[in-house]
Design a protein around this ligand. Structure first.
Ligand code: ATP
Ligand code: MG
Length: 573
């Protein structure tokens, strides 16, 4: 008893750091924000070992004098907020006076800074201790070097994801700020490789071109809107450009990058049926509203905000996106309202966002689909199913000894190819085809980082990619089964699945995901006439499959009407 004591300040800092510093990308975020708050016109980020070994951020901002440097590392030391009133009207990225103290407590840090008047000053610390300060000759600006992140918190270090993933987060973070501030020079390098080098750009569209690539820029549609005191601007990609994940959907509230899953729903729902199943646009949307209408102090890493009137914000975003799509797409592409409404036909009513989320459902993971749907099994021995006809150029109507089958040709072919490709990948025997004309694709910094570190795996799938300058990569070989079809989209889908998870089981999942992507892209489409021979062949292949009733992503392949049921429904019993 009587063992309550005050924590050592270093321990307190290290606990606080857990809130602020989760991974290299969070350090980059805090340092870049400080550079922007210091009025920098150039911010350069250099990483070693995905930022775990070293993060160096160099800026040309107003710097600090010797007195400020001493204070900068103290908890709750900030030059940005003084009174409670200031806290209600934050105009800077930082406001808690916490970031440097937190970062210093979990790394070896060295900060060198100068104001341009007189000599500069360098401060070094190890895990927040051993403070060493010296005078150095230094121009205006600040350079912070953060080495060996989490060297003194092994549990947190162990929690880091594999370098590819950490590097992707780092790339995403720098891209966020580059989009936020097109007017300044922003760069990111990993070792010797430059991932982003973006000189000041005149417009957001130019900046999009620099950091997200020419392909995204070519599909970029401006978004603009005003609703009360909220103004919206930015851009989205048209439905011709779709991504396999939400990674490139970005929100900025009063100039601050934030994430908000409900805003994502507002955005995606505005596309309605224009996006394919589980596909997402690229976007950068800026919301500006009076500071009283948004609380930026609700998340330890300032990654989320709270709106005073969220429903109004979501509605305004959805409307602005809808208008942008309607303006830029030929009218025929937008279906009549009752057809595209996710609530089915009839009068569509405006739903509050939460209800939309329920109504649209969340995507289901592939492995939730393993059990075959009731009553849809394929029975009997191979060769027992006979095709009768093709319906609507999309379905094969067939019969076996139990009754009628209606088979979705695309999904069936997808399953067949999936099992074949997966077997090839596992045997490292994917037949790769050399492309006579390499396919050029644009990759974001994060995507390029994945390719860099996963060359071998991509190789084993039949893909050889080479850097071609800037954001452009050349696809030299592709699996023969694919031909030239949708190669760009395909490669992106592969990259997305490659950077998920770690370890051997995850690798297995990645292989499955890749096989599924390849199969989906190579499979015969709906609305494609099939000859009788082709139908016979497809059915025979399907019967040889291990799981002939579900596509790799879980869609059912066939609907069965048993003979018994037919008799009952036609009242022949
Ligand atoms: N690159 C920089 N250039 C000039 N001054 C800086 C720089 N980085 C930090 N500072 C000074 O150090 C202070 C502490 O920085 P720190 O990031 O810890 O807190 P903050 O930015 O005020 O708030 P937050 O914790 O929300 O980021 C800042 O208020 C600023 O005065
Ligand atoms: Mg800060």
């Amino acid at each position: 008893m009587g063992s309550i004591h005050l924590l050592d300040p270093l321990v307190i800092d290290r606990i606080a750091a857990g809130e602020v510093v989760e991974r290299p990308a969070s350090v980059i975020k805090e340092l870049v924000e400080n550079s922007l708050d210091a009025g920098a016109k150039r911010v350069s980020v250099q990483l070693e070992d995905a930022g775990i070994g070293l993060i160096e951020v160099v800026d040309d901002g107003h710097g600090m004098d010797a007195g400020d440097v001493e204070l900068a590392f103290a908890q709750h030391a900030t030059s940005k907020v003084t009174t409670l009133d200031d806290l209600d009207a934050i105009a800077t990225m930082g406001f808690r006076g916490e970031a440097l103290a937190s970062i210093a407590s979990v790394s070896h840090i060295e900060l060198t800074t100068g104001t341009g008047a007189g000599p500069g000053v360098r401060i070094k610390m190890d895990g927040g201790a051993n403070r060493h300060i010296e005078q150095v000759a230094w121009p205006r600006g600040t350079t912070v070097r953060v080495a060996d992140l989490f060297f003194n918190t092994p549990a947190r270090r162990k929690n880091l994801k594999k370098p590819t993933t950490e590097l992707r987060h780092a790339g995403q973070t720098v891209t966020d700020y580059a989009l936020c501030r097109p007017d300044i020079y922003v760069s990111l390098a990993h070792g010797k490789r430059t991932l982003i080098a973006a000189p000041p750009a005149a417009t957001l569209a130019d900046r999009v071109h620099q950091v997200l690539g020419a392909e995204v820029a070519a599909h970029w549609l401006p978004v603009a809107g005003q609703s009360g005191s909220l103004s919206i601007h930015g851009g989205i990609t048209d439905p011709e450009h779709q991504r396999p994940n939400r990674n490139e959907i970005r929100w900025f509230v009063n100039g601050r990058p934030v994430s908000d899953y409900r805003l994502v729903h507002a955005l995606v729902s505005a596309y309605e049926s224009l996006l394919d199943h589980r596909r997402f646009p690229v976007s950068a949307i800026f919301l500006d509203l009076p500071v009283q209408e948004v609380d930026v102090n609700v998340h330890p890493r300032k990654a989320e905000v709270r709106f005073a009137n969220p429903s109004a914000v979501y509605r305004a975003v959805r409307n602005a996106v809808r208008e942008s799509l309607a303006r830029h797409l030929p009218p025929v592409k937008i279906l009549p309202r009752d057809v595209r409404s996710p609530m089915g036909s009839g009068e569509s009513r405006e739903l509050p966002v939460d209800e939309w989320i329920v109504a649209q459902g969340t995507p289901v993971a592939a492995d939730e689909f393993d059990a075959p749907p009731a009553g849809a099994e394929i029975s009997g021995t191979a060769g027992s199913i006979r095709p009768l006809a093709q319906y609507d150029n999309t379905y094969i109507v067939a019969a076996d000894r139990k009754g009628l089958l209606i088979i979705d040709q695309h999904v069936a072919h997808e399953r067949v190819l999936y099992e074949q490709v997966l077997a090839q990948i596992e045997a490292r025997a994917v037949e790769a085809q050399h492309l006579l004309v390499p396919e050029m694709i644009e990759l974001s910094a994060g995507e390029a980082a994945v390719v860099e570190t996963q060359r071998d795996l991509l190789d084993s799938m039949g893909f050889a990619l080479e850097p071609f300058g800037g954001n452009t990569w050349a696809v030299r070989t592709a699996p023969a089964i694919l031909g030239h079809r949708d190669l760009g989209e395909m490669v992106r889908a592969l990259i997305a699945s490659l950077e998920q998870g770690a370890g051997p089981t995850a690798l297995d999942d990645v292989r499955k995901e890749m096989a599924a992507s390849i199969a989906c892209h190579a499979a015969v489409r709906a609305n494609h006439p099939l000859t009788r021979e082709e139908m016979v062949r497809l059915i025979a292949d399907l019967e040889r499959c291990e799981s002939p009733t579900r596509c790799p992503h879980g869609r059912p392949i066939l609907v069965r009407v048993d003979h018994e049921e037919l008799l009952r429904r036609l009242k022949r019993h």
